[in-house]
Ligand binder design. Structure first.
Ligand code: SAH
Ligand code: SF4
Ligand code: F3S
Length: 454
């Protein structure tokens, strides 16, 4: 029997940045327990799937991969398989009933128990299932991470989780059920984590939460609707010397108040690129989605930001084919998207999630219509981004250097403050984290190419 410290783990992550961040924290815990990490599944003693439940497709994908490991286990009886994260939370012990080759299941509030669960599987061949949320949960995983542990290359950017869970209960969404109630981290703790990241060379922090604009470390106290604890947090982080940039995802439009708008506009380190999920441009559908804002309110946030800062770019999330969505509703979304001129958009076909409010409504938009609407929005987006990218040729941007490009390592990539990825030929002595002036020489629908200004 192998000891824990002799085991190699392979960790696969599905879903959003919150899951990536949880995986980073989990990997750090397993490394601290003496295990080593492998990127090669067949070399691993323990395979862990950190799963997503947001759409049926996301679950199907993970279930398919977990199913395949049954064969691996036939040849290697001592192989340990763990399923963790959002789908583990949703399905719980049924996962082991359906897939008896799985050894442990840990929901989103029990990730800190994984080292213990692995030990039980190793030493006692004991299967375990832990789900549910309580106050003490994940205390460890909230804690400081000195650096993204899974980065193959040292990136200048690091995630900081500022809150967990969600209280919004958008009618289509499983997240509040699998991530539990909203809980914000104390401001001091976040600032300390940012300080230690900067000490270790990080230049950009990426603040994560399901609704960062609703960040509220003193929740329970009656809050002034014009106040914004998130804006206060941005101000504190902005004053950290050595930190160059602050990004965040995702704010809810209902919490994007005037206080937050003015903080975003006035703080120089807050990037001029905002991800603001709209979901639909139809007020009727927004109401059915339990998204408490109108298309006009959404557009007014965008125009207040854009009027003061024309450089600002926007991205969004949209769901097509929500129950009862008519052509007219869809056209309202299409027109809102044209009005804003997003630089990126994640378009999703509605997928009913059992247990949510919307799952009680008939899923009555045919899949072919969902697909058409999805395609139309993506085509609109591609052509408008291509047009705008053309206008950037000749312009100079300050880019935060990320490192060699994934496709062609002879070229490097950098990111502008307004979130444009720029590909360029590196110069001698360049390192990730440098801030360089780059002039754009060529553009395509998806990419900008540039040259370093000497
Ligand atoms: N908290 C974030 C998003 C979390 S989920 C926010 O509110 O911005 C990411 C995206 O998945 C959502 O913005 C939504 O567009 C999409 N999504 C969530 N549930 C879905 C469902 N049942 N069907 C299709 N898309 C969904
Ligand atoms: Fe889901 Fe809405 Fe919460 Fe985002 S804000 S996680 S869409 S419930
Ligand atoms: Fe998926 Fe969970 Fe994120 S459901 S989108 S991994 S919070």
């Amino acid at each position: 029997m192998k000891k824990l410290s002799e085991c190699r783990f392979h960790l696969r992550t599905y879903g959003c940045q919150m899951n990536e961040r949880d995986s980073d924290a989990l990997a750090a815990e397993l490394l601290a327990a003496g295990m080593s990490r492998t990127e090669i599944e067949s070399e691993a003693d323990i395979i862990i799937f950190n799963t997503c439940s947001v759409r049926e497709q996301a679950e199907r994908k993970a279930l398919g991969k977990i199913g395949i490991t049954k064969k691996l286990k036939r040849d290697r009886e001592d192989l340990i398989i763990g399923v963790v994260g959002c789908m583990a939370e949703r399905i719980g012990s049924e996962l082991i009933d359906k897939m008896p080759h799985v050894d442990f299941v840990a929901g989103t509030g029990k990730l800190h128990m994984i080292p213990e669960m692995i030990k039980d599987a190793l030493e006692k061949r004991k299967k375990s299932v832990e789900t549910g949320h309580d106050d003490s949960e994940c205390a460890g995983l909230f804690g400081s991470l000195s650096r993204r542990s899974d980065s193959k290359q040292q990136t200048p950017s690091a995630f900081i989780s500022i809150m967990r869970g969600c209280n919004c209960f958008c009618s289509y969404c499983i997240v509040p059920y699998v991530r539990g109630r909203e809980k914000s981290r104390p401001m001091r703790e976040i600032v300390d984590e940012a300080l230690s990241l900067v000490d270790s060379g990080v230049k950009e922090v990426f603040l994560l939460g399901q609704n960062v604009a609703g960040y509220d470390p003193d929740s329970g106290r009656k809050r002034d609707p014009d106040a914004s604890p998130f804006a206060e947090l941005l101000e504190k982080l902005n004053s950290i010397s050595g930190l160059s940039r602050i990004r965040f995802t995702s704010p809810h439009p209902a919490d994007f108040n005037a206080r937050l708008i003015s903080a975003v506009l006035s703080l120089p380190k807050v990037c001029r690129s905002i991800h603001l999920p709209v979901q639909s441009g139809s007020d009727r559908i927004l109401r059915l989605m339990n998204r408490p804002y109108s298309a006009d309110k959404y557009l007014s946030i965008i125009s207040r930001l854009k009027d003061s800062c024309p450089e600002m770019t926007f991205s969004t999330d949209v769901i097509v084919g929500f129950p009862s969505e008519t052509d007219e509703d869809f056209l309202a979304t299409r027109s809102l998207m044209k009005t804003v001129g997003f630089d990126n958009a994640f378009i999703f076909k509605y997928s009913p999630r059992s247990g949510t409010k919307a799952a009680d409504l008939p899923d009555d938009v045919p899949i072919s219509v969902k697909e058409d609407r999805n395609r139309i929005l993506l085509e609109d987006l591609a052509s408008s981004v291509e047009e705008r990218n053309k206008m950037l040729v000749g312009r100079t941007f300050e880019a935060l250097v990320e490192g060699p490009s994934k496709r062609n390592s002879e070229r490097w990539t950098g990111r502008s403050d307004n979130n444009k990825v720029i590909i360029f030929d590196p110069c001698v002595g360049i390192t990730p984290g440098d801030l360089l002036q780059i002039v754009i020489t060529r553009s395509t629908a998806t990419t900008l190419y540039g040259k370093i200004l000497q």
